[in-house]
Structure formats: structure tokens, C-alpha cells
Write a protein that binds this ligand. Structure first.
Ligand code: ADP
Ligand code: MN
Ligand code: MN
Ligand code: MN
Ligand code: MN
Length: 360
């Protein structure tokens, strides 16, 4: 492979030192191909104040080329170019204005903005686990060509040399997201070497998922500067026998957050149980196949086929956090979504099941 390294010094000399009058807006979108984020930039004469200030754009996708509409939906500050430059999240439409194949935002937003759903103000906390790899795709910190064993001294939420790997990228990402205006709630080192997590929320409706996709963009974009590869793969190496990456979704509604809300949480769990298998079909982009590899009944997962719930039970499908049980109100955690889940698809379905009583 032709060797190339990010030249921080030269890049800064131009990007941060040359005064320019125009504003650069990076249009970000999820393409039809896979769980990845694409983008292209456009210059503006004025600083846009919101997504509505930004024009739609036509893009070419695939080969042979097909054209799509990019419709701006959420505007963020750009942590890379800084100043008044912006990131602009868009959703994608076909020529006839139907949502493109992987545009799950449209249906999600229609659900979230319906009067029935707005009344209960659903909040989401999205946990994103990911793995940092070297340029060959091998997770950093792993013993050469052998898999770490469960007994190896790697620990959840660890600190210390030879226990965590890649904190520089993980922590830079948290700050960049906060600068951008993403509602980050926290983060931690995860269980195996190179595995990290950040959390978004709690945020209402579609906002949580917009934030998560933009945070994923920032992570991929930032990994270029570090010369590292970030993957959202649930199993970064197929034979990995020490856990996997998830995308837990925490959800609450207004009745759940009010006194004695626990009975609404329990009612929600009953509805989730009835829709367990079809719901698993949307928890990863492979219709459930990724999760068959991940939800094994060990390393803080429940077995794929089985639906169970429990207070502070991390081997359950649905967990009621201990402090929620103690307060008698709050939220529930759905532990089924895999790390490569689409948050629009999952949060939209959760609301349709829990709030609207639909069967998916
Ligand atoms: P754990 O790893 O123990 O499952 P985390 O701290 O990683 O928990 O994630 C908890 C998530 O729950 C955070 O994103 C937080 O913002 C979110 N959260 C907290 N309160 C609520 C609530 N009322 N409704 C929805 N999500 C919530
Ligand atoms: Mn071109
Ligand atoms: Mn977590
Ligand atoms: Mn975790
Ligand atoms: Mn969790």
C-alpha cells in the first residue's frame, strides 16, 4: 500500500491560518450502500443559522450513476474546520421524492412528530460501542494474531497502560461532538482492547438519532487524522470470543418519567415481548444475522431467541436500571440493537410498538 500520513502541520497552515471569506458547509448523508457516512462540501456566502437556510442538493450515487436529492435536516458546528464552518446532516430522496433505500429518517420523523407521540415526548439515550483498529483492520492493543481471552487483563471502564488502547481518539471525539452541538451524555472504555463507547442523550424524538449519525461521521472523519480505522462491526473479528459491540437504546415517555411511571415501563415491556422476533430483524443491517453472532446469553447479552427482562440484569433483553426501580419511574434499556444499528429505524419502531401499540 502506498504510504500516506496526515500532515497536521501543513494542513493547519492552510485550513486554520488562511483567512477565507466564504463558509464551508459539509453536507453529510447516509448512502444506500452500507452503514457508512458520505459527505461533500459546498461554500456559502453567509453563515447559515439553521438547516432551513441551506439549499437542497443533487448528488450522484452508485455506479452506474443514479441521482438523489439531499434534504438538509440538522446543522452543527464543524469541529474540524471550526470558525463559522458547519456540518449539515441531510436525508436522501429518490427522483420521485420517495425516501431512498436507507433513508429511515423520514418514517421516524413522521412518527416522532405525530400529535399522539409528541404528547408523550419520547426521550432516547443511545449507547454506541465501537472498535478502533490499525490500518490493516486489526483491533489495536490485541496480542499479535491471537485473540485476547476472557481471562486477559482487559477491563470494562479500565484505566492504565496495557489495559486501554486509543484513548486519544476516544476523548478527542467526545470534545469534537460537544463542540459540534451534539448532546453527548458520556463515554467509557469498553471490555476488550480497542473497544470504546459514547452515549448520546437523553434527547427527544428524531434529534437523538440525528446526533448519533453526526457523531458517527465525526468519528470516521477524525480517524483519518489518527491514521486509525474505526469500525461499528458487532464482531470486529468473526471468531472473537470475548463479547461484541452493541448499540443499547434507552427510552422513556412522559408517563414513565412521572411518579409511579414504573407501571408504564412494565406495560411497555409487555408490548416489546410480543414483537421480539420481528424487532430483532431491524436491530442490525443484516436482518438479524449480525445479532445471531452477538446475542449469545453471555458477556452481558441475552440469547437471541429468548425475551427476558430484569432489574439491573445485563444478561436480559430489557433492563430496568436499578435507580429507576428504586425511584419507581424513569426509563428502560433495550439491549438488542447491535452497534451497527440504524437509530432512526430502531427508535421509530420502539415508539410505534410502545406508544402506538403497533406490531411493527
Ligand atoms: P449503561 O452502560 O449502564 O447501560 P450508559 O450510562 O452507558 O448506561 O447509558 C445510559 C443512557 O441512558 C445515556 O445515554 C443517558 O443519556 C440515557 N438516559 C438517561 N435518562 C434517560 C431517560 N429518562 N430516558 C431515556 N434515556 C435516558
Ligand atoms: Mn464527482
Ligand atoms: Mn453504556
Ligand atoms: Mn457498553
Ligand atoms: Mn447499556
Amino acid at each position: 500500500m502506498g504510504e500516506w500520513r496526515w500532515n497536521k502541520e501543513l494542513h493547519s497552515r492552510y485550513v486554520h491560518e488562511l483567512p477565507v471569506r466564504k463558509v464551508l458547509v459539509e453536507y453529510i448523508y447516509v448512502d444506500d450502500d452500507d452503514v457508512s457516512v458520505h459527505s461533500k462540501c459546498r461554500t456559502f456566502d453567509e453563515v447559515p443559522q439553521s438547516a432551513e437556510d441551506c439549499p437542497m442538493w443533487r448528488i450522484a450515487v452508485h455506479y452506474p450513476v443514479e441521482n438523489r436529492f439531499l434534504k438538509p435536516v440538522a446543522l452543527y458546528s464543524d469541529p474540524f474546520r471550526r470558525g463559522s464552518h458547519k456540518l449539515l446532516l441531510c436525508d436522501v430522496y429518490n427522483d420521485d421524492w420517495t425516501p431512498s433505500k436507507r433513508n429511515f429518517r423520514k418514517q421516524c420523523d413522521d412518527t416522532m412528530t405525530s400529535p399522539e407521540v409528541k404528547k408523550v415526548a419520547p426521550w432516547f439515550g443511545l449507547e454506541q460501542e465501537y472498535t478502533i483498529c490499525d490500518k490493516t483492520g486489526y483491533p489495536i492493543g490485541w496480542p499479535p494474531s491471537s485473540h485476547p481471552q476472557p481471562v486477559d487483563p482487559y477491563h470494562h471502564e479500565a484505566n492504565g497502560t496495557n489495559k486501554t488502547f486509543g484513548r486519544d481518539l476516544y476523548e478527542s471525539h467526545l470534545f469534537a461532538c460537544l463542540y459540534a452541538g451534539i448532546n453527548i451524555s458520556g463515554g467509557n472504555a469498553e471490555a476488550f482492547p480497542g473497544q470504546w463507547e459514547f452515549q448520546v442523550g437523553p434527547s427527544e424524538g428524531t434529534r437523538a438519532s440525528d446526533d448519533l449519525w453526526t457523531a458517527r461521521y465525526i468519528l470516521y472523519r477524525m480517524s483519518e487524522e489518527f491514521g486509525l480505522v474505526v469500525t461499528l462491526a458487532p464482531k470486529p473479528l468473526p471468531a472473537l470470543n470475548i463479547g461484541a459491540c452493541g448499540g443499547h437504546v434507552n427510552i422513556s415517555t412522559k408517563p414513565m418519567r412521572e411518579d409511579r411511571g414504573i407501571k408504564h415501563i412494565e406495560a411497555a415491556i409487555k408490548r416489546l415481548e410480543k414483537t421480539h422476533l420481528p424487532f430483532l430483524g431491524i436491530c442490525d443491517p443484516s436482518g438479524g444475522l449480525d445479532n445471531v453472532q452477538r446475542l449469545k446469553g453471555w458477556f452481558c447479552t441475552a440469547p437471541y431467541q429468548q425475551f427476558c427482562w430484569g432489574i439491573e440484569d445485563r444478561n436480559a433483553t430489557i433492563r430496568i436500571p436499578r435507580l429507576v426501580a428504586d425511584d419507581g419511574k424513569g426509563y428502560l434499556e433495550d439491549r438488542r440493537p447491535a452497534s451497527n444499528f440504524d437509530p432512526y429505524l430502531v427508535t421509530g419502531a420502539l415508539v410505534r410498538i410502545i406508544v402506538l401499540g403497533e406490531t411493527i
